[in-house]
Design a protein around this ligand. Structure first.
Ligand SMILES: [Zn+2]
Length: 80
């Protein structure tokens, strides 16, 4: 018998971000959740996700990227 159950059940793949989640850097709403290989967790807004994204992927175990939610609605203000 192999005892791998505890390892596999530790993974929670669908941890969605909510409006409660805030960027660790600036406090804006978070759209990127990074679960670190060391076990910690970081949250970033779209701006900081873009700024730190490449480095984060090197240290991350899991990256949950929801920045696409922002691009679904036009960021450009309509002409008045
Ligand atoms: Zn930020």
């Amino acid at each position: 018998m192999r005892d791998e159950a505890e390892v596999t059940t530790a993974v929670a793949p669908s941890a969605q971000l909510t409006a409660e989640d805030r960027c660790d850097r600036c406090g804006a709403q978070a759209y990127l959740r990074v679960e670190l290989q060391s076990g910690g967790e970081l949250l970033f807004c779209a701006h900081h996700a873009r700024e730190h994204g490449e480095k984060l992927k090197e240290i991350a175990a899991t990256v949950i990227d929801e920045t696409h939610k922002l691009t679904e609605t036009p960021a450009v203000a309509p002409e008045a």
